[in-house]
Design a protein around this ligand. Structure first.
Ligand SMILES: CC(C)(COP(=O)(O)OP(=O)(O)OC[C@H]1O[C@@H](n2cnc3c(N)ncnc32)[C@H](O)[C@@H]1OP(=O)(O)O)[C@@H](O)C(=O)NCCC(=O)NCCS
Length: 132
C-alpha cells in the first residue's frame, strides 16, 4: 500500500500507546487501535447527528504498519457517506514514533454509525436527539 504524506480529515483523538496495550509479541494489539478509531468516529458522528449514535458496522479495516509502545497515535475523521439514519466515516490513524517527529499512516477504516433516539430507535441524522 502506498504511503500518503498527509492525513485526510480532522483530528478527533490523540493518545499514546502504553505497554498495557501490547500483544504478547510486544507490538500494540490491533483491537486497541480499532477501539481508538471507533471512539474518534463516534465523536464525529455524535456532533454531525446532533446527539446519540451507535456503531452499526465496520465496513473495512486495513492495518498498514505496526503501532509500537510509546507511539503517539492520532485519529483523523472525514465524512464518507450519509444515509437517512446512518453515517459512514473514514478514520485514518497516524503514529509519531518515539524519538521521531515524522508521522506514518498505520491504519485506516470505514466505520458506520446510526443516529438513535431515547428509545434506541433510528432517527434522521438531521433531527435532534429527543429523550423519551
Ligand atoms: C443500529 C440499530 C439501532 C439499527 O436498528 P435497525 O432496526 O436495524 O434499523 P434499520 O433497519 O431501520 O436501519 C437503520 C440504518 O442502519 C443501517 N444498517 C442497519 N443494519 C446495518 C448493518 N448490519 N450494516 C450496515 N448498515 C446497517 C441501515 O441501512 C439504515 O441506514 P439508512 O437509514 O441511512 O438507510 C440496531 O441494529 C442496534 O441497536 N444495534 C446495536 C448497536 C450497538 O450496540 N453498537 C455497539 C455499541 S455502540
Amino acid at each position: 500500500m502506498s504511503q500518503s504524506t498527509d492525513p485526510v480529515g480532522e483530528l478527533h483523538l490523540r493518545t499514546q500507546a502504553f505497554p498495557a496495550d501490547a500483544n504478547p509479541a510486544g507490538d500494540i494489539f490491533g483491537g486497541w487501535v480499532l477501539s481508538q478509531m471507533d471512539i474518534a468516529g463516534a465523536i464525529y458522528a455524535k456532533k454531525r447527528c446532533h446527539g446519540r449514535t451507535v456503531t452499526v458496522a465496520i465496513d473495512s479495516m486495513s492495518f498498514i504498519q505496526p503501532v509500537f509502545v510509546g507511539d503517539v497515535v492520532c485519529c483523523y475523521v472525514s465524512a464518507h457517506k450519509e444515509g437517512n439514519t446512518s453515517l459512514a466515516v473514514k478514520v485514518e490513524v497516524w503514529a509519531v514514533r518515539e524519538n521521531d517527529t515524522k508521522r506514518v499512516k498505520v491504519t485506516e477504516g470505514i466505520f458506520k454509525y446510526v443516529a438513535v433516539d431515547g428509545n434506541r430507535k433510528p432517527r434522521s441524522i438531521n433531527s435532534k436527539e429527543v429523550q423519551e
